[in-house]
Design a binder for this molecule. Structure first.
Ligand code: ATP
Length: 254
C-alpha cells in the first residue's frame, strides 16, 4: 500500500529549548488509506502534525505531499493544495456563525485564532457556489439547522463535526485529524467514525492521532507509532499492537 505514498518525510527535527519534540528519520504515509498516528503523551504527534501542515517550522528536514515539496509553505496554502487538518482543541471560531466558519474553511483558513484578521477572507468567500458547497457539507454533518448560530453555541462533539466539515471545504486529498474523538460524547462517536470511514470511501487519505485503541483497531488500515519524537514502529494495527517495542513505548511513559 506504500508503493505510492502521499507523504514522504526525511530528517525532520524540531526542538523546544533542550527538548527534542520530533526527530523523524523517514516517514511515508500510504495513499488512500486510514493511518493512525499513536504514541504516549509528549511523543511529538501534534508537533509533527504542525510541521507537516505548515503551522510550525522544523529545525531540519524535508517533506513532500503528493509529490510536491512543502517546506516553507504557509498553512493556508498547504490547505488549498489539498492537505488539511483539524486540531486537538477545536479552532472553530466561536464568535462567527457556523456558515462563516465554513466559508473560511474554503479559503484554507483553518487555524487562526483571531477572527478579525479573517474579514478579508470572509469577503472573498461571498459566493453562492461556496455557500452551496458549505450547505451540502453541513447537511451531511447534520449541522445545517445551526448554520446561522454562533459556533460557540455548539456542543464539543458538534464542534468536532464542524471542524471536519470545514476542513472538507477545500476538497482535500489528505485529511489530518488530531484526536477527533477527544471530548465527543458517546452519542456522536459512531457518527464521527462513520464520517471518517466515509472520507476513505470518497477517495481521500486520512491520518489521525488518537489515544483510543479501540477506535484505532476499528478504522485504521496502517498504524505509525511515535515515542520521544521518533517513529518506533509501523504496520497493520494487529501487528503493531502485539509489537513489544510498542508495548514498551506506552508502558515507559507511565
Ligand atoms: P499528546 O498525546 O499529549 O497530545 P503529543 O504526542 O502530541 O502529545 P507534542 O504535543 O507534540 O506531543 O509534544 C512533544 C514534546 O514537545 C513535549 O515534550 C512537549 O512538551 C513539547 N512541546 C510541544 N510544543 C511545544 C511548545 N510550543 N513549546 C515548548 N515545548 C513544546
Amino acid at each position: 500500500s506504500k508503493a505510492d505514498p502521499i507523504i514522504v518525510a526525511d530528517g525532520i527535527t524540531r526542538t523546544f529549548g533542550g527538548i527534542t519534540a520530533v526527530d523523524v528519520e523517514h516517514l511515508e504515509i500510504p495513499r488512500g488509506a486510514i493511518t493512525a498516528l499513536i504514541g504516549p503523551n509528549g511523543a511529538g504527534k501534534t508537533t509533527l502534525f504542525n510541521l507537516l501542515t505548515g503551522f510550525d517550522r522544523p529545525a531540519t528536514g524535508t517533506w513532500s505531499f503528493d509529490g510536491r515539496s512543502l517546506s516553507n509553505t504557509p498553512a493556508h496554502k498547504v490547505a488549498r493544495m489539498g492537505l488539511v487538518r483539524t486540531f486537538q482543541l477545536t479552532k472553530a471560531l466561536g464568535l462567527l456563525t457556523v456558515m462563516d466558519n465554513m466559508k473560511l474553511g474554503q479559503q484554507g483558513q483553518v487555524g487562526e485564532r483571531f477572527w478579525t484578521s479573517l474579514i478579508p477572507a470572509l469577503w472573498r468567500s461571498q459566493d453562492t457556489a461556496i455557500e452551496g458547497r458549505a450547505l451540502d457539507l453541513l447537511r451531511k454533518f447534520k449541522l445545517d439547522a445551526k448554520k446561522d448560530d454562533f459556533a460557540a453555541s455548539l456542543s464539543g462533539g458538534q464542534r468536532k463535526l464542524l471542524e471536519m466539515a470545514r476542513a472538507l471545504m477545500t476538497e482535500p486529498t489528505l485529511v489530518m485529524l488530531d484526536e477527533p474523538m477527544a471530548g465527543v460524547n458517546p452519542a456522536l462517536t459512531q457518527s464521527l467514525l462513520d464520517h471518517i470511514l466515509d472520507l476513505k470511501d470518497l477517495g481521500m487519505t486520512v491520518l489521525f492521532v488518537e489515544h483510543d485503541m479501540h477506535m484505532v483497531r476499528h478504522i485504521a488500515d496502517w498504524v505509525v507509532v511515535m515515542a520521544e519524537g521518533r517513529v518506533v514502529a509501523e504496520g497493520p494495527p494487529d501487528d503493531v499492537m502485539r509489537n513489544p517495542a510498542v508495548v514498551d513505548a506506552y508502558l515507559g511513559a507511565h
